[in-house]
Design a protein around this ligand. Sequence first.
Ligand SMILES: Nc1ncnc2c1ncn2[C@@H]1O[C@H](COP(=O)(O)OP(=O)(O)OP(=O)(O)O)[C@@H](O)[C@H]1O
Ligand SMILES: [Mg+2]
Length: 359
Amino acid sequence: MPEHFAHREPQMEALKFCARPALQGGRPVNALCLGPPGTGKTTAIFKLFSEMEAESSKAVPVHVNCQMDHTRHAIFLRIYSKLLGHSPPASGVSFKRVLEKIARTMAKENRVIVVALDDVNYLFPEKEVDRVLYTLLRGHEAFPGFRAGVIAILSEPALNYVFDPRVSSVFQAEEVSFPLYSLKEIRDILARRATLGFYPGVVSEEIIARVSDLTERAGDLRVGIDLLKRAGMEAERRASRTISDEDVDRAYERSRLVHLSSALKPLREDELLLLGLAAEMESSKAGALYEKFQASTGSGYTRFHEILNKLDAARLIDTDFSGPGHRGRSRVVRIRYDPKEVLDRISQKRNPGAEAEDI
Ligand SMILES: Nc1ncnc2c1ncn2[C@@H]1O[C@H](COP(=O)(O)OP(=O)(O)OP(=O)(O)O)[C@@H](O)[C@H]1O
Ligand SMILES: [Mg+2]
């Protein structure tokens, strides 16, 4: 987490305004953070939460990475652990018991939870998000004492999910938008980070300018941070004390698709396999893809469908949900990146020895 979090003052103010009631144990205003990848949404939440924890013990902030915790049950176990300071008994606890215990603890201690659902698009498949929000925002009806505010974080505003009406009536959220950083802002942020990360003189102003240009083109600050790191490793490899233009260019090959690499990281073998098949076919009918998947793994349609949803939520593929048969085998599956880039990274992930530079 960067110590200096510049150029996000209005967003931080808006989020603090929403969270303020929670500091006195009141119910916070719900918020929805929207913006492209690498615009500081997660960082803003981490900053907000650490300030809240320093200021008050009434508000219990819970950060949920929906990519990891993508079911209502997992999310409430996360809340339980944060609120009670220990995990619930490992097996056989019903969801109702977990919720009861959470509500009782909140009522007794007059505390309120603020739940950040980061990358909430991972809850879109099977409409899990509706169940999560419904329970968070209407839980008090069945479980007195339960009080929660929600900050949903969504990185692809283009995805317009339509909430269940029973949810949209209670999830009225303050929108906080995170626009792309301007070139000037990118330069400023990267220069500061380079000062922290390198000895003086290693990174010249011209290099910062070059890296910033490439970052602006990619539109994701993460590319710039990754690029600085990799360019530094390139310079180190040739035992140079300064980073050259060529170091940056060589590093850019890997850094420009940093989002793709990080999306692949958590995938399991059968998920990689299906993604690989989709990349080989570029664009195909789900039915044809399923036949290949089934032939290689022996898995059934349910697992296939599940993975397809997951890859879609991770924005690795597009699946056409419109038109007749949208849940069926005729829907079209399209890879969202250059198939060769995807296949290269899949094989690198399978043989990590070949390129030992992913830190
Ligand atoms: N204003 C800033 N100053 C310094 N570093 C920043 C700033 N904004 C973002 N960063 C850094 O850029 C990287 C990406 O930021 P962050 O993870 O907050 O983006 P995000 O909007 O959550 O992206 P995504 O939608 O992909 O999850 C992080 O390493 C973060 O530390
Ligand atoms: Mg994020």
